[in-house]
Design a protein around this ligand. Structure first.
Ligand SMILES: Cc1ncc(COP(=O)(O)O)c(C=O)c1O
Length: 381
């Protein structure tokens, strides 16, 4: 199987599984215990926190380990809203991940105002729309760094600067950016940043929210006061050990790796457009993640193409992993102005750290063969 679905999840990088196993066996202690096994576990936790903080360019006191992107988004949104007594307005965009949009619906039901800013035909939020929508009533702005379906990068540095001037906290869901492009708080420009380990070769069920100590943030989980009281519960030490190892590896290779993957992406898109000339690459004129290509294939059902390619030995997706398998058209191309019918023809190819040129070459020919067959009406011939 050639795996080209890294935005859904990415296979573990070398060393990650071993670090996790060691944290379950050799270092099994509870990091809050004062005895030797506890102190050794605490060392793993501290080292991982330092590695993540260093990669993002923040003080380690700002790293709150969580169970992943979904929980980090909840902590940022629900935690800040509770601290603001559920009053005021939150600005967000129409293309956020459901782990942002769904908690915002809950906040709306509790009386907060939520403004969803539109995107243009390339899937970009306009920073000027953010500027126009900011008012003294705004409690938070939440805009993602890179869209999970199209890979389109959002103008987060500009939005961050606007928020700083307006003294409004800016939350940025950087789940898909993390591990694919160099990530520094300066590039992101947000004081609340969501990270997840498993989209770039780390373990599932582990992530972090980067948040300054001064930010009012009501914890979602109450208990033993771990993570400086911001996220109680015995830490997921195996996950955190894998996340720390990943962060350390990324620090040394992210620049070169993103260049290598971008070259594969460019070549793949060129060849795919030669073989299926009416395919439409979403966000083609926008800056995108170097690994993500979402396409509409006129006259072809995206889910059927994914299944056809699966049978041929290639794993891609028809959109976000959390929405594929449901027959609803994705909200992202819809927000870009595509019809529900066009949206159902979407497929997403996402390359990753272990993708090679040979894999991309075989995918290009399988893709062309599969599209031809489907268009001729014989998917499984
Ligand atoms: C943009 C974005 N935010 C949040 C999440 C949720 O992350 P996790 O799977 O770690 O909960 C995802 C995962 O698909 C994502 O793509």
């Amino acid at each position: 199987m050639i795996y080209l679905d890294h935005n859904a999840t990415s296979p573990p990088r070398p060393g990650v599984a071993e670090a996790m196993l060691a944290a379950m066996t050799a270092t099994y202690g509870n990091p809050s215990s004062v005895h030797g096994p506890g102190r050794r576990a605490r060392q793993i936790l501290d080292d991982a926190r330092r590695a993540v903080a260093r990669l993002v360019g923040v003080h380690e006191s700002r790293v709150i380990f969580t169970s992943g992107g979904t929980e980090s988004n909840h902590l940022a949104l629900l935690g800040l809203a509770e601290a603001a007594d559920h009053r005021g307005t939150i600005l967000t965009s129409a293309i956020e991940h459901p782990s942002v949009l769904n908690p915002l619906e809950r906040l709306q039901a509790r009386g907060m105002r939520v403004i969803k800013l539109p995107v243009d035909a390339m899937g970009r939020v306009d920073a000027q729309d953010v500027e126009r929508a900011l008012t003294p009533d705004t409690r938070l702005v939440s805009i993602m760094a890179a869209n999970n379906e199209t890979g389109v990068l959002q103008p987060i540095a500009a939005i961050g600067a606007l928020c700083r001037t307006a003294k409004v906290p800016f939350h940025c869901d950087a789940t898909q950016w993390f591990g694919k492009l160099p990530l520094g708080v300066d590039a992101i420009g947000a004081e609340l940043i969501t990270l997840s380990a498993h989209k770039s070769g780390g373990p599932k069920g582990c992530g972090a929210l980067i948040a300054g100590a001064a930010l009012p943030l009501a914890p979602l989980l109450l208990g033993g006061g771990q993570e400086r009281g911001r996220r109680s519960g015995t830490e997921n030490l195996p996950g955190i050990a894998g996340f720390g190892l990943l962060a350390g590896q990324l620090a040394g290779q992210i620049e070169d790796e993103s260049q290598r993957i971008m070259a594969l992406q460019k070549k793949m898109e060129r060849e795919l457009l030669k073989s299926v000339p009416d395919a439409i690459i979403l966000g083609s004129d926008a800056e995108r993640l170097p690994n993500t290509t979402a396409m509409l294939i006129p006259g072809v059902d995206g889910e059927t193409l994914v299944m056809t390619l699966d049978l041929a030995g290639f794993a891609i997706s028809s959109g976000a992993a959390c929405s594929s398998g449901k027959n609803n058209p994705s909200h992202v191309p819809l927000a870009m102005g595509w019809t529900p019918e066009a949206t159902r023809s979407m497929v997403r190819v996402s390359l990753g750290w272990e993708t090679t040129g040979t894999m991309v070459d075989s995918f290009i020919s399988a893709f062309q063969r599969s599209v031809d067959r489907l268009r001729k009406g014989s998917a499984f011939a």
